[in-house]
Ligand binder design. Sequence first.
Ligand code: G3H
Ligand code: ZN
Length: 286
Amino acid sequence: MSLFKTTKELEQQARDGKFGLGAFNTNNLEITKSIAAAIKEESSPAIIAVTPSAMKYAGSRQITNIVRTAVEESGIKVALHLDHGTTVADCVECLKQGFSSVMIDGSKLPFEENIAMVNEVVKLAKPLGISVEAELGRIFGAEEQIVVTEREASFTDPKQAAEFVERTGIDSLAVSIGNAHGFYKGRPELDFDRLKEIQEQTDALLVLHGASGIPEEDVRKAIEIGITKVNIDTEIRDAFRRGVTDFIQDNPQVIDPRKILKPAMEEMTEVVKRKISIFMSGGKAK
Ligand code: G3H
Ligand code: ZN
């Protein structure tokens, strides 16, 4: 039996319990331990996510084992998820490593090509009980220079979303409703009416990417309308950077990496705990 929870079970629990399920990105030992500490302290169900570039950095087996050991040692209830896989091969590697779910991101492709690639992954993952997330519409980086009309044209179309879900059989759908990856320049403006329409048009579980920097009340509103999974990466990275920089500035003579990284780990744990409280998932681990 797998140590990991299935993503579908956790997402379903979040939907039924009307709370958000945090998906927190990791790429090394310290980030994983910091996320695990927060999840354990808050008794929260959660997803730990790795991207293909994180797998390249840490080694896919290595990072899987780091997460696996954290789960084993702390008894936390988490699913392990591939975030923004862009090829079928990315997904196959994660199926081999025992992930709970994979995201196949064909959002840059034309509609029919996106469907075809997602279908290939669904065909491989579903018989193994591994759930699949895909993206329709495009979520840009907040730092990308995009004119407003282009950004709006990239938003998820609710009717097309229904067709996309029906023709692929995916479990979860990543939506583009004004959310972006990275730091937002101003206050992000989410299109809640569009989110509501998407929610009405499809049964798929809905995912909010780029949730770092989205104000607490907007995240809560999105969860109320129907978002079940909320992705956080940038704020964790920022906490890491802040912890390391402050420590080195105050203690230029220290060279022990364990001492340098400790405050960064505490900062990351605090970020994850804060998110868990916004998502209202604390105390819900089963
Ligand atoms: O897939 C990962 C996320 O969408 C994270 O977005 O870096 O803006 O928190 P973020
Ligand atoms: Zn994302």
